[in-house]
Design a protein around this ligand. Sequence first.
Ligand SMILES: Cc1cc2nc3c(=O)[nH]c(=O)nc-3n(C[C@H](O)[C@H](O)[C@H](O)COP(=O)(O)O)c2cc1C
Length: 314
Amino acid sequence: MGAMSTAADNILASQLAGIRLASPLVVASGIFGPDYAELVPGLPGVGAVITKTITREPRSGNKEPRVVETRAGILNAIGLQNPGVHTFIAREIPKYRRLDIPVIASIAGNTIEDYRTCATLLASLDEVRGIELNVSCPNVKNGVMFGSDACMLEELVGIVKGCMGGKPLIVKLTPNVTDIAVPARAAIDGGANAISLINTLHGMAIDVKTQRPILGNRVGGYSGIGVHPVAVYLVHRCYTAVCRERFIPILGLGGVATAEDALELLLAGATCVGVGTALFRTPNVCATIAAGIATYLRDRCEESVTAIIGKAAV
Ligand SMILES: Cc1cc2nc3c(=O)[nH]c(=O)nc-3n(C[C@H](O)[C@H](O)[C@H](O)COP(=O)(O)O)c2cc1C
């Protein structure tokens, strides 16, 4: 898997919107940069990496503190800190070459023009195999504006799709809507090749001693094991309501820390599974998760991980 792929691992061979992966496990956006390869040499179990979200102009992020640990996950309000697309391309993208697995670039913007600029620049690079459109960040002004208005989302996706030079476009949805099938359908109608979900849930923590919000941004995005059942439900919802009949793959994520968590998302209808918060505690957790999925499949005489996608979607 990853750079350490062997024939015995073929059972985990996967695809996301035409991008071939040695494992269905994907490092979620905003968790690690290219230095991840130094922390976990060979990236065992990792099929692809999604970059932090990049914007047209540099962003310094939100006031500190930006992360709070809670009983069943974390709250973050990083605020899309990034050096801007031009510096990212000049300084960071070359470092991704050493990862030796597919890299997907995540982008966000305030305007359609912002998205168009980032998508055009990044999709033209050999190092970038696809783009994830982040229309679901809860921690910035206008962060979910496109993701929660179906008409705007369909238009945005259609325009960005035209800048991709044929590379796949994945649209990352927010769970902070009444029915996630509505933006899912809009993204697909606009031309998305895949959807990913979930981004973080709105959340807040209050220090009872000072009687003030803990995060510098006051509110943040909740992720980690506590959100997992929500992610399973929302993947199931998108799969059964839209994606199954439109043959659109889902990158399912939210609270995955074990093989069982990943299997739940696959059985709910995800084609691939993202891992985020769990990597902070256990940077090489994908190796354990991948091994657990492979054992599960072999125990059931399944020849491929693709055989179980959506099996629980009844
Ligand atoms: C510290 C932190 C930073 C994040 N930054 C981004 C980001 O830049 N872009 C994005 O689309 N999602 C971002 N996310 C959301 C994750 O990619 C993921 O959708 C979410 O955390 C749910 O998965 P998890 O429970 O496995 O972490 C971030 C999450 C965390 C915890």
